[in-house]
Design a protein around this ligand. Structure first.
Ligand code: GDP
Ligand code: MG
Length: 784
């Protein structure tokens, strides 16, 4: 029977027979638990028919039809899933040392006092690592309900424990890295050799999470397993026999709830204990000689003996090295420096195993691990009934990823966000703040006049600083509101669904659904958006996504839009705002097509992603994020923008002999900017003051407005020198032209100097052309 997963109908189940494909992707499938013998249920096809959401090992995964087509299956009538072992109460956790099993407290041979205990926090994506890290260290890292929020490592000391250091790493599913951020985690564990590993396991997803645990146990580094999300587990009738699991895994296992801060102290005690006494995992041998005739068991042990000396010499844990050597991991095999004879022996042993086991090497190793996991789960875990969270997710998903509802809902949600930000919440707060700032400006103005302060100083303070920085400050509410909604999208788990729904569309552009996340974040700020691309598994997709993020209009450009829309088109405020966003996206789409045909030929990599349950974002997290963003914005307002304002004010007040000028037309600034103005003249933007403001926008976009305020006085001044057509050109130009220094720097960090330069020049060129088109069309239509 030749049937593939692609042909399985919605709601039906099938058993995997063979996993086709090759290379890293195939390894990734195996690591995610798609191995021969696994039962898979097709949950749902995306609204556009591709990709498909499947359920296996108790969790949800999305894959594309092309990849599903590589997986051969055999239909089974009804998913007959074992619900785990007989009920067992959650047992009290014994104290340190586990009755002598893991080490009687205080005996043995501890590391010398004062040694810094370094820990790696390792776990699957979205298992709660950052939440735990924040609890442990008191830090305020961003938590999100989306795979791939932590893209870089972060360090901190455990609260109240001297000489400790803990590192929050990006989530990984296995020690065979699939994306660049996963490599960060693997390299950290392998090369930096932390004193201990805190392996965080999402119990509601335990089978897949333990797969990584198995590999960590091979690392010859002390491990403590933290079973996170115990609150959700016990809340729905699930239990774990913690002591039983400890006996099987040979490491301490501590049930915790990172979000509720339960069990965290106990976890710390255990972690410090195992690190201090360097208690290695007591079990590394997971292959069973009775499993399928023991072929894998014999092969593994033979290879272990074969490469033992090489692994020692290369400083790689021997069991890990053996598994990797059997799987054919080139990186590891090269590091082992086997000679020809040994390589041949390795190949012979492996071939023999494949023959006896009837599976290829990678599948056989993955299967060995999952067999052991099944044993552990059968004897120690009673899975909860469908939890309230899952049931709720399923109900919500019926609408949010439904065939006919998904896309209207997405458009509706984005529309609502923009509407609330620009027209209701943000705008209301902005008006209030603007009134406050105006009142304060007036007050200071009168006070300075009354005190008879020098006229130049007076001008600087009122016309320079207050007008300039004040005009930017009033945008704080809009920007914070926008970030609030974006973080709600991210934390609730909705963004993962958007990726699922939009994958097919993005594929047409040569991207994958995963790219939607950085792109949406780009509406907030380009810097984190560029960072977020690290979760993309292929370099090609990552590059292309980075180059497209500047087209997602960031919040810092909002002041520019608002300024001009207020001055020129007050009656069509919302329409023009939304029009600008849509225009940028359309240009981005065009550019993406262009890239696909030129710079980035080829296909996007497969889309394999986990869909997390929906969760209500915690108030604490949200408030924290808003606070961070406000702080960030204020810092910028009072550094870059303040300085830019002052510099511009000086340059426009003095001439080259440093005499105060009557008319700024003869100032230093006018002379210098006059050189650039001709470039912008065809766009109807030939005024030197506009050129100046656009240049200052390279430092920070908000300063375009503050500089204009300084140079033109109030809004009326601009309206006098520009037609509304020019204003429209200017809007389009600032929508598309070079991102700010911070964004360019982040592009440089990710892709190097040449690409950063490319972004600056390319965006300016695109902006110039688009603005010119706007002007020409406007002139044709008779708008002048
Ligand atoms: P990371 O990707 O591993 O760093 O995971 P995060 O720390 O970003 O958390 C992922 C999601 O799980 C967030 O929505 C958290 O609020 C949630 N979460 C973390 N710990 C717990 C827990 O103990 N119980 C519950 N119910 N949710 C949790
Ligand atoms: Mg994280």
């Amino acid at each position: 029977m030749d049937m593939t997963l692609k042909e399985v109908k919605e709601g039906q189940s099938a058993r995997v027979e063979k996993v086709g494909g090759s290379g890293a992707l195939r390894q990734h499938f195996l690591d995610m638990g798609i191995i021969p013998g696994t039962d898979v249920k097709v949950e749902k096809y995306a609204p556009m028919g591709d990709p498909v959401e499947i359920c296996l090992h108790g969790y949800e995964l999305t894959i594309r039809l092309d990849d599903a087509d590589k997986i051969q299956v055999e239909p089974i009538p009804e998913a007959v899933r074992q619900r785990g072992a007989a009920p067992r109460p959650v047992n009290e956790h014994l104290g340190l040392g586990e009755g002598g099993r893991f080490h009687p407290k205080g005996s043995g041979d501890p590391l010398p006092e004062g040694t810094t205990l370094t820990f790696a926090l390792v776990g699957n994506q979205n298992s709660g690592k950052t939440t735990l890290f924040n609890q442990l260290t008191g830090a305020k890292q961003h938590v999100g309900n989306f795979p791939g929020v932590t893209v870089d490592r972060k360090d901190g000391a455990i609260l109240g424990q001297r000489n400790t250091s803990i590192t929050d790493l990006p989530g990984i599913y296995s020690m065979s890295p699939y994306s660049s951020e996963e490599l960060v985690s693997r390299d950290f564990v392998l090369n930096e050799k932390p004193r201990g590993i805190i392996n965080i396991v999402d119990v509601t997803n335990i089978q897949r999470n333990l797969y990584l645990t198995m590999q960590l146990l091979e690392m010859e580094i002390p491990v403590v397993v933290a079973l996170n999300m115990m609150d959700e587990m016990t809340g729905n009738g699930g239990t774990v026999d913690v002591n039983g699991m400890e006996a099987l895994l040979g490491v301490p296992v501590v049930p915790i709830s990172a979000a509720k801060n339960q069990g965290v102290q106990e976890l710390v005690d255990h972690a410090i204990h195992i690190a201090k006494y360097q208690e290695k995992p007591q079990r590394q041998d997971f292959c069973d000689e009775n499993d399928h005739g023991g072929a894998v068991h014999r092969c593994l042990h033979a290879v272990i003996h074969l490469i033992e000396d090489h692994a020692k010499a290369a400083g790689i844990p021997v069991r890990f090295a053996a598994c990797k050597a059997i799987e054919g991991d080139r990186l590891i095999i090269d590091q082992l420096r086997l000679d020809e004879n040994e390589k041949e022996t390795l190949e012979h042993i492996t071939l023999q195993m494949e023959k006896e086991r009837g599976l290829d090497r990678s599948a056989a190793i993955a299967d060995m691990r999952f067999s052991f996991i099944t044993k552990v789960c059968d004897s120690c875990v009673r899975e909860p009934g469908e939890s309230r969270e899952q049931a709720r997710s399923r109900r919500i998903d019926r609408v949010l990823t439904g065939k006919y509802t998904a896309i209207p809902v997405f458009i509706g949600v984005m529309g609502l966000i923009f509407y609330l930000t620009f027209n209701v919440i943000g705008a209301l707060l902005q008006d209030l703040l603007a009134m406050g700032i105006d009142a304060l400006t007036g007050l200071v103005d009168r006070a300075l006049s009354a005190a008879g302060v020098n006229e130049v100083l007076h001008g600087l303070i009122v016309d320079g600083i207050f007008e300039g920085v004040g005009s930017v400050l009033s945008f704080l509410p809009i920007i914070v509101t926008m970030f609030f909604f974006l973080s709600m999208l991210e934390d609730s788990g909705y963004i993962a669904r958007v990726a699922f729904v939009m994958d097919k569309l993005l594929r047409r552009l040569g991207l994958s659904g995963r790219s939607i996340v950085p792109l949406l974040i780009g509406f907030g700020c380009t810097v984190p958006a560029v960072m977020a691309t690290r979760t993309l598994p292929s370099e090609r997709d990552r590059r292309m996504t980075i180059l497209l993020t500047p087209f997602m209009s960031c919040t810092a450009k909002l002041p520019i839009y608002a300024f001009f829309v207020d001055a020129f088109f007050p009656r069509h405020k919302a329409l023009i705002m939304i029009g600008l966003y849509v225009l940028a996206i359309l240009v981005g789409v065009l550019v993406a097509f262009l890239y696909k045909k030129t710079l980035f030929k080829g296909e996007a990599v497969p889309f394999v992603m986990e869909l997390p349950n929906y969760r209500l974002p915690s108030a604490r997290n949200t408030l924290q994020l808003l606070w961070e963003k406000s702080k960030d914005f204020l810092q910028r307002a009072f550094s870059v923008i303040l300085i830019a304002t002052i510099v511009v004010w000086f340059l426009q007040s003095f001439d080259f002999r440093f005499d105060l000028v009557e008319d700024s037309q003869s100032s230093i600034l006018a002379t210098v900017s006059g050189f650039i103005a001709p470039v912008l003249a065809p766009l109807g933007l030939g005024d030197w003051r506009i050129a100046t403001s656009l240049i200052s926008g390279f430092m920070a976009k908000e300063s375009v407005v503050s500089v204009l305020e300084v140079l033109f006085g109030a809004q009326g001044g601009v309206a006098a020198v520009m037609s509304s057509l020019s204003a429209f050109s200017l809007l389009v130009f600032s929508l598309l032209y070079t991102p700010c220094v911070a964004a360019v720097a982040s592009v440089r960090r990710e892709l190097g100097r040449r690409w950063a330069l490319y972004v600056v020049l390319w965006q300016c060129a695109v902006a110039w052309i688009a603005a010119l088109l706007v002007r020409l069309i406007g002139l044709l239509l008779g708008m002048a």
